[in-house]
Design a protein around this ligand. Structure first.
Ligand SMILES: *[C@@H]1O[C@H](CO)[C@@H](O)[C@H](O)[C@H]1NC(C)=O
Ligand SMILES: *[C@@H]1O[C@H](CO)[C@@H](O)[C@H](O)[C@H]1NC(C)=O
Ligand SMILES: *[C@@H]1O[C@H](CO)[C@@H](O)[C@H](O)[C@H]1NC(C)=O
Ligand SMILES: *[C@@H]1O[C@H](CO)[C@@H](O)[C@H](O)[C@H]1NC(C)=O
Length: 595
């Protein structure tokens, strides 16, 4: 290289480095962890190829927003010379791919320049923040801005464009949350999701709240992607890559593939999301030291790849730069509620049952011997301490509700009969008894009221009073003695051997059995895929569970399966006169009718 060229490159590099700064994807998830971020100096030094022209790049995967605060929100897009994700083996300090690392778009020395604008109106005339940054192959051409200077509980519209060009992304809409001390003037509505298996069905559940424009925010409890190959015979669609994911390329390509789904894209474009992961964002039945089919170094690299791709592709914040795996975080929505998003899966979870139907997996007997250990934890002690503190602080500040975004079902689940009261799924909180006791103890000690546990993971719906069975008397008819409620939703499309693959009457018979054997379980449904919505007010929360009749076709059909009320101060499902108004469209309802 001539001196003159070197000098040009050097000057360009210093200019460019600052221009990368505002793209948060470079700290995916943490700038301080060499394997989990790309050093900006390294990136800008390599950008000797200049900047892509507008004709050379496209907004390939729509727009998204998430992690709303009262004054800021994360905006996401991808501006790339290809729809393909970027190969991993050339990514500096990236993970070593397990499969053929030559796949995917290659790392290049050219940057894409992107600008964003966010405004209070359409067509984006009253702009309140704007910015510019570069993106490169190092981060799979993803772009994450924090839009700032926003007003609380306000709707905004945003759009990206190629710098100096009118080539623009689709329009996005988003909303900030109320300021922490703000009295919220109206109910806040959420759509709550889990378990969206792309090959197993269409994402109608994501689209319906978009059509209805029925919610303020979307909460996702995990299993946003699936790592395994899946059964494309169900809905005749298959995500990339065509195999189980291990490498950084694999996880990026899987994310990108899911993000071609028009219903998922529509939800991202219209609502601010608050997501957390469950196991399948890494791999089935993950725990802190492995998954059902990966351990040791393979697991470590796989998890790094999965986590990095997740943070590149999701519109979320990294709340603790020194804690690379931390996704647990919380949001204060005025004095109405605190939303505490837990990671009961990847952060620091002790050994779980691996493979097979949970509880009778290959190591079932080994786990069975551990379930009573006092030092066993589903989330790690650091997160536990933080969680209990969040509950106490939220109660002390007088927020009306504590809403906990959690993955696996919290309430005890037994089959009864010859199996008696032995929980059958140790992969859920039933496998971490001391941890669950510590949660109840915290609620009891602090006299903490109005706790609502949200759960996913199970591909079935479970609505329960939070009953500390064996420790505090609980009356299943009146709900007396309960600490709050659990709303556990079914999957967006993920199938369930006991449910979606059965005739409805047979699935409902099984639900009836489950409801009869579990005192705190008030409604249960195995048959439907779907989601639920919550309308949260100071006086009460209403939850509506929606079932999607057929996920093998794209359609906006849905059935209101059941609705529940939780009144402020009652710490149980409202009986009006019985739970769910005595009526549900499917499943089984304690003291109620189905049909
Ligand atoms: C951008 O999108 C257009 C329209 O779909 C397509 O023709 C073009 O090939 C794309 N360019 C790139 C670089 O992906
Ligand atoms: C976790 O994995 C490492 C490396 O494979 C191993 O040395 C360690 O014993 C494992 N720890 C547990 C608790 O299984
Ligand atoms: C948990 O407690 C058991 C029984 O007291 C003990 O054997 C085990 O080593 C402890 N595990 C940890 C990680 O401290
Ligand atoms: C929770 O409700 C009970 C019963 O109304 C009340 O005694 C207690 O003080 C409440 N807890 C807090 C923290 O306000």
């Amino acid at each position: 290289m001539s001196h003159r060229l070197a000098l040009v490159a050097l000057v360009a590099a210093s200019v460019v480095e600052a221009a990368f700064e505002r793209n948060l994807a470079y700290s995916s998830p943490s700038r301080r962890h060499p394997t989990l971020a790309v050093p900006l100096a390294h990136v800008s030094k390599r950008q000797t190829g200049g900047v892509f022209t507008a004709a050379e790049v496209n907004f390939t995967h729509g727009v998204a927003s998430g992690d709303p605060y009262a004054d800021s929100v994360i905006l996401w897009t991808r501006l790339a010379p290809t729809t393909e994700s970027v190969a991993s083996e050339l990514v500096p300090e990236g993970v070593v791919p397990i499969y053929d690392g030559a796949e995917g778009a290659q790392v290049t020395n050219k940057a894409a320049c992107v600008e964003f604008r966010i405004a209070t109106d359409l067509p984006l005339t009253n702009v309140v923040d704007h910015g510019r940054a570069y993106t490169t192959s190092d981060v799979d051409y993803t772009v994450k801005f924090e839009a700032q200077n926003l007003q609380p509980f306000t709707t905004y519209y945003y759009q990206f464009n190629v710098c100096g060009s009118d080539k623009a992304s689709p329009l996005g809409r988003t909303k900030t949350i109320p300021a922490k001390d703000q009295k919220v003037a109206r109910n806040i509505n959420l759509a709550v999701y889990s378990c969206a298996n792309y090959p197993e069905g269409y994402f109608n559940a994501y689209a319906n709240p978009v059509h209805k424009d029925s919610v303020d925010y979307v909460v996702h409890l995990g299993d946003y992607i699936y790592e395994y190959k899946g059964d494309s015979a169900i809905a005749n669609r298959n995500p990339q890559p065509d195999r189980e994911t291990y490498s950084l390329f694999d996880y990026r390509a899987r994310m990108g593939s899911y993000r071609t789904d028009p219903d998922l894209l529509a939800s991202h474009a219209k609502f601010a999301w608050i997501p957390v992961w469950d196991d399948h964002e890494v791999a089935d039945n993950a725990w802190k030291n492995g998954t059902h089919n990966s351990v040791g170094d393979v697991f470590r690299k796989r998890k790094q790849a999965a986590v990095r791709a997740y943070f590149e592709w999701m519109p979320i914040r990294q709340v603790a730069m020194d804690d690379s795996l931390r996704i647990w975080r919380s949001f204060s929505l005025g004095t109405l509620f605190d939303l505490v998003m837990l990671d009961t899966r990847q952060y620091d979870r002790d050994l779980t049952v691996l493979g097979g139907i949970a509880g009778i997996g290959e190591n079932g007997p080994e786990v069975e011997k551990l379930v009573d250990l006092q030092n066993r934890t589903i989330m790690g002690f650091a997160q536990e301490a933080w969680f209990y503190d969040q509950l106490r602080q939220s109660s002390a500040r007088g927020a009306a509700w504590r809403i906990i975004g959690n993955q696996v079902v919290f309430s005890r689940m037994v089959l009864g009969g010859i199996l008696g009261d032995r929980p059958f799924n140790r992969d859920q909180w039933d496998g971490y008894l001391a941890n669950r006791d510590r949660v109840y103890q915290t609620l009891a000690d602090g006299k903490i009221n109005n706790t609502v546990m949200l759960s996913g993971d199970s591909h079935a719906a479970w609505v329960s009073d939070l009953a500390w069975l064996g420790k505090r008397d609980y009356n299943a008819d009146t709900g007396a003695g309960a600490f709050g409620v659990e709303l556990a939703g079914t999957g967006v499309s993920s199938s369930s051997p006991l449910g979606s693959k059965m005739p409805k009457f047979a699935a409902n018979l099984l639900s009836k059995w489950l409801v009869s054997q579990n005192p705190e379980l008030q409604w249960q449904d195995l048959y439907y895929r779907g989601y639920f919505e919550m309308s949260i007010g100071y006086e009460a929360i209403e939850a509506k569970f929606f079932g999607i009749p057929d996920v093998t076709v794209r359609s906006d059909d849905e059935v209101l399966l059941a609705r529940f009320l939780v009144r402020n101060g009652e710490n149980r499902l409202a009986r009006n006169p019985t739970v769910g108004g005595g009526q549900a469209k499917s499943g089984a309802l304690k003291n109620g009718k189905v049909g």
